[in-house]
Design a protein around this ligand. Structure first.
Ligand code: SF4
Length: 353
């Protein structure tokens, strides 16, 4: 049997039953593909359902506030994905009358859609023979053919793309792409691939030569950058209500358009001594305050950065900082704002506990 037959037979028996597999609705496929980037399927499944429940179609999504989209996305990370989905929905309304475009180039031109997602949508929703090469497919192909070029290099990417195109089933591009992705996810795993039960092991050079662990070839990436965040959590009691200052992150940095607290940032750990307290005092415009609690340092890992966060809780009875930069809100409304996971954890486990 040839490689494709083996692969398709295996896929039909063992594929996982996922909601975005049972549809050709390009909107559902688009949302699922974006959610599943950098997200495990189990976690992505719940977010996909929540997203589709809240924004069942393109028009609902386009007419929503970005903040509502970020709230549904909260905890998934890589928030630019949510902002891009929202902006692409608006473009589809404006330029395509709310109908998801079916041309590969038009799909690729939507914000946040790269070659992989465009290929996935074009093949799964419109049965067009474009490859959808994610990390799973790169791993399968690089092992099958012992590709010695780094998968992140232009040469490595081209070689894999050409092989996928040469194997492509033009009548069933949706099944072809999905079965390669599924094989990478379930059998040809990064560590300990299940080669003995792999349906295409008789075509695989890495299996034959026992070189599976040498592929895919990767270039060493830089160590993540360390950042030290000292959050100043300012609580104010007014008329029996507790308020808190929050900060909308507007810069082109992590968590853009999400909310956190007034922040003192450093490239290295700083001792909590008079210098820090002077910085806090400057932030509070030299009004009176009491430090009520200092948390232990929390380590929060992002893909290219490691955040070490300390929360310094401050209590006061006056409004004491610059209101043009920070918003003062009732503490009970904090959860109505989109928060990064680090802040959400702190709010749930410590602040509101
Ligand atoms: S035989 Fe092993 S290395 Fe080759 S494709 Fe299958 S699982 Fe991957």
């Amino acid at each position: 049997m040839n490689l494709k037959n083996n692969l398709f037979n295996w896929y039909h028996i063992y594929k996982r039953d996922l909601p975005w597999r049972n549809t050709q609705n390009p909107y559902y496929i688009w949302i699922s593909e974006i959610i599943l980037q950098q997200t495990r399927v189990n976690q992505g499944y719940d977010y996909f359902k929540r997203f589709i429940d809240r924004f069942p179609d393109i028009i609902t999504l386009a007419n929503s506030e970005e903040q509502d989209v970020l709230i549904i996305w909260q905890g998934l990370g890589y928030y630019s994905r949510a902002r891009n989905i929202h902006s692409a929905a608006k473009k589809i309304m404006k330029e395509f009358n709310g109908i998801f475009p079916n041309k590969y180039e038009d799909i690729l031109n939507l914000k946040g859609i790269g070659e992989y997602s465009a290929g996935a949508i074009a093949s799964l929703a419109f049965k067009k023979p474009f490859p959808a090469i994610d990390g799973n497919v790169q791993r399968v192909i690089s092992r099958l053919y012992e590709i010695d070029k780094p998968i992140s290099s232009a040469n490595g990417k081209n070689e894999i793309k050409n092989i996928v195109l040469s194997l492509m089933d033009k009548n069933n591009p949706d099944i072809f792409n999905q079965s390669l992705i599924e094989l990478g996810a379930l059998i040809c795993k990064p560590l300990n691939p299940d080669c003995e039960i792999c349906p295409i092991n008789n075509h695989c050079f890495a299996f034959k030569n026992k070189t599976q662990q040498n592929f895919p070839v990767k270039i060493k990436t830089n160590k993540p950058r360390d950042r030290f965040f000292y959050y100043i959590v300012i609580k104010i009691k007014k008329a029996n209500q507790e308020y808190i200052y929050i900060n909308k992150r507007l810069k082109n940095d992590i968590w853009k358009n999400l909310y956190d607290f007034p922040l003192i940032e450093s490239n290295s750990q700083i001792p909590l001594n008079d210098n820090v307290f002077n910085d806090i005092s400057n932030l509070l415009m030299h009004k009176n305050f009491i430090i009520s609690k200092i948390s232990s340092t929390v380590k929060h890992q992002l893909s290219h950065q490691t955040i070490y966060a300390t929360f310094i809780e401050i209590e006061t009875e006056q409004e004491i900082i610059d209101k043009t930069t920070y918003n003062l809100i009732p503490i009970r409304l904090l959860k109505d704002y989109p928060l990064p996971k680090l802040i959400e954890n702190y709010v749930e486990k410590i602040l509101l506990h």
